[in-house]
Design a protein around this ligand. Structure first.
Ligand SMILES: [Zn+2]
Length: 796
């Protein structure tokens, strides 16, 4: 609805823009004059601030020009407000304020400018000193893989002077005797150099690749096959799959779960998790008025489906002079009679109307001005019917929902190792619950006749949550397909608490957890109630996040977890967050990292078996090495707080079209969604196989120091040879190694285990422990035994 006043305002602004276009021609060129000082006042040289001004009207705009302040970036509209970017001194801004022109945002101060320049000089200096050192160049990976029909060469290399942008790396290799070359791209994240890389479709896989740097370094590596390059496996005899034939809403998922529970009472227990969601429901709302300072936002006291929907609110002109502002309520209606002056003109401001409603109609509705506006404009004649904006059919319950977990296994008493797969924290990721439902049905329906499946169910305690966020899922299916978060509106009366913002509310359930959270200074979540990565009002505030915590607390046998998202074809693990210095949560030890990589290779091979989809090396690894920082994600909670090996799938790998990788999106055509569900169900079962292998692992690791005992004339670097991925605990002071001792760490991002530099005669005492908990030589770090390893390096 457009009102007369608004139209007048609009045409005024258009005229203003035209005027300004011409006036700027000379104003822009006119010499800048500082504000006239009062006689006798000292002349102070002021700094120039780059600010964004909010202009209420044409007169105010003219004032700015009269003062000789140039419109730097013209006039533009933003959310119904007119803004202009200018350079002005603090005293000029003070004067402008007296004309009702407010500073909306300070874009840049002189101090910030100085900081930028200093920063630039620092970078130049750092680069110069970096380039003065001798370059060490290493190839981190040289892989080939075949994805569906095309074969790729992938190389990752790291230069010790790679942080300097002038460092450039080139790879060369032979293809059928012909030399080919490629320039590597530099990968940095949040200001930190990670490595250089390239990926290229090739006709023939070379045996080796050489990387040369323009800073003098060179390195050569053998090209090896990423993930072993499995061919699609032959279908197993009697193995049944393909239980999904469409995308599934929460109602459909719950119906299927009930049906499976009836069919498989011995194998499946349905766990009703204790924290009910806030419900697929909202209060009904309307925004009464067409401009930010004249509008009044009204919200029903009742939920939309319980009487809020259909409530009528009217702001009326009483049609007589000197009439007071009054609010009348009838059963389903609120009528606000706006006040008039002696001439019969309307005089109630938006703020006055909101206050009057809150005083006299509070049993039916509440009111606030628009997004924190002072509401000084005159309320307009208006009428609205309130709505919660929810389009889901009536059979979709509006009540708080119980989130279900399926517990699958033969022995469900906590004695078997637990594995958790959970999906759809993010509502719009429609493929993810299908991965979980397909996996559940494969396990249940193959148990009777497939020995592999039987083995898994007899030895593991499997927990599957198809849909962490059912309210958001309903919203994504029926109302707003790109909904990511839950539906809870935390925007207060001074924020975007109005009907127009309804698609921007909710908490990101993969940012609401307590480890590495935004409240602890970590990056990759937001405190804005309308951000898609809104972390919520507090750690673990949301019932959906509490359910994950509850599950991990209740079932202490959990050892592995998979947090299932879409899309992009990523496979990642902790750390999942870093702070503003890009300091990550503690990295897994070198042994844990080796286990993550080994288990990942198995899982990704299973995915590839379905239709040849390769989860590429550039998208596999700890989250900050391949994607970004995600403060307060749930997998970090499970790993750091509960010691559960936790991965994150991003299902929906890009597809290669012969020339480039093509994104599949959150809601691909069902045909593609089906394929993704099948391949990642393979992967989830691959995780169960990893867990099964570990449950049978009673073999302690063995380790040996390289070089071993001996006498050396100079400092020596020592490393540990291990029989399997395992964490080394060591001491260098001759004391007994315990779980409190130093752990062998990674030497760097995407690098292998660190080497210890021994520069004086040292006795190294250590033991290794594998992820299954087997300790080398059955040494007990908590006891008093001496059966740990001990080697003395003598330096003469
Ligand atoms: Zn997601």
């Amino acid at each position: 609805m457009r009102t007369k006043q608004e139209w007048a305002r609009k045409t005024g602004i258009i005229a203003l823009v035209t005027t300004l276009f011409f006036s700027m021609l000379y104003v822009g060129l006119a010499p800048r004059t500082a504000a006239e000082p009062e006689p006798g006042e000292p002349i102070i040289e002021e700094e120039l601030l780059n600010v964004l001004l909010e202009i209420p009207n044409v007169e105010a705009a003219m004032k700015i020009m009269e003062m000789g302040i140039a419109f730097d970036h013209g006039l533009h509209e933003h959310d119904g407000v007119y803004e202009v970017e200018v350079l002005a001194t603090p005293s000029e801004l003070e004067k402008l304020e007296s004309f009702g022109i407010e500073v909306h945002e300070v874009l840049m101060t002189e101090q910030q400018w100085n900081e930028r320049v200093t920063e630039m000089h620092m970078t130049i200096q750092e680069n110069a000193s970096l380039l003065a050192t001798e370059e060490k160049l290493q190839i981190l990976r040289a892989d080939h893989y075949t994805n569906q029909d095309s074969t790729f060469l992938y190389v990752e290399a790291k230069s010790s002077v790679g942080a300097a942008t002038s460092t450039s790396l080139t790879a060369t290799w032979l293809e059928d005797g012909v030399e080919r070359s490629a320039t590597l791209s530099r990968r940095s994240d949040y200001g930190e150099y990670l490595y250089h890389w390239f990926e290229l479709a090739v006709e023939k896989v070379p045996a080796t690749v050489t990387v040369t740097s323009n800073q003098g370094g060179t390195a050569t590596a053998e090209v090896t096959e990423w993930l072993g390059g499995t061919k699609p496996s032959k279908p197993k005899k009697h193995y049944v799959k393909e239980f999904i034939d469409s995308y599934m809403t929460p109602t459909m998922i719950n119906d299927r779960i009930d049906q499976l529970a009836k069919e498989f009472p011995d194998l499946l227990e349905v766990i009703n998790m204790p924290y009910k969601t806030n419900g697929y429901r909202r209060h009904a709302m309307a925004t009464m008025g067409g401009a930010t300072n004249t509008a009044v936002v009204v919200t029903s006291k009742a939920w939309g489906h319980e009487g809020g929907n259909g409530l009528e609110v009217e702001f009326v002109d009483p049609g007589e002079a000197n009439s007071p502002l009054t609010v009348e309520t009838a059963e389903n209606k609120v009528i606000v009679k706006l006040a008039t002056d002696g001439a019969g003109n309307l005089t109630s401001t938006a703020r006055q109307v909101a206050e009057a409603i809150n005083q006299d109609a509070s049993d039916l509705i509440s009111a606030n001005t628009y997004r924190g506006n002072t509401g000084g404009g005159l309320a307009q004649v208006w009428s609205s019917v309130l709505s919660d904006g929810l389009n889901g059919p009536e059979y979709v319950s509006r009540e708080p929902q119980t989130v279900k977990a399926l517990r699958i296994g033969k022995t469900k008493n906590g004695t078997k190792p637990g594995v958790l797969g959970y999906a759809q924290e993010h509502a719009r990721e429609w493929v993810t619950p299908l991965v979980v439902m397909e996996t559940a049905e494969r396990l249940l329906r193959n148990y009777a006749h497939d020995s592999e499946t039987k083995k898994l169910l007899n030895n593991l305690d499997i927990f599957l949550i198809p849909m962490v966020n059912p309210d958001g899922a309903n919203y994504s299916f029926y109302d707003f397909n790109m909904q990511r978060r839950n539906m809870t509106n935390y925007c207060g009366p001074n924020q975007a608490n109005d009907y127009g913002a309804r698609n921007a509310w909710g908490v990101d359930l993969n940012r609401n957890h307590s480890v590495g959270s935004i409240w602890d200074g970590f990056v990759g979540a937001s405190t804005s109630c309308t951000s898609d990565t809104y972390a919520g009002p507090d750690k673990n505030s949301e019932p959906e996040a509490k359910n994950i915590v509850w599950l991990a607390d209740t079932y202490s046998n959990l050892k592995f977890a998979m947090n299932i998202h879409s899309h992009g074809g990523y496979f990642m693990w902790s750390p999942g967050a870093y702070d503003t210095n890009r300091t990550t949560l503690p990295r897994p030890t070198a042994g844990e990292e080796a286990f993550y990589w080994g288990a990942s290779a198995h899982i990704l091979t299973r995915i590839q078996e379905h239709r040849g989809t390769v989860i590429r090396p550039t998208r596999t690894g700890p989250i900050p090495d391949v994607l970004y920082s995600a403060a307060g994600n749930s997998a970090d909670y499970l790993w750091y707080e509960k010691g559960i090996y936790s991965w994150n799938f991003e299902v929906g790998a890009q597809l290669w079209n012969g020339r480039q990788w093509v994104s599949v999106g959150f809601q691909p055509s069902y045909d593609e969604g089906h394929e993704e569900a099948m391949e990642f169900a393979n992967g989830l079962i691959g995780l169960l196989e990893v867990a099964y292998q570990q449950s049978k692992d009673k073999q302690p690791p063995s380790s040996k120091l390289v070089p071993g005992r001996g006498t050396f004339s100079a400092p020596v670097e020592v490393s540990f040879d291990l029989s399997e991925p395992a964490t080394i605990y060591y001491t260098l002071d001759g004391s007994r190694p315990t779980f409190e001792s130093n752990k062998l760490q990674l030497s760097g991002t995407r690098e292998l285990a660190e080497k210890l530099t021994i520069s004086k005669t040292t006795t190294i005492n250590w033991f290794a422990i594998d992820p299954a908990g087997n300790v080398e030589k059955n040494y007990n770090p908590l006891g008093n035994g001496k059966n740990y390893n001990s080697t003395t390096i003598t330096i003469k």
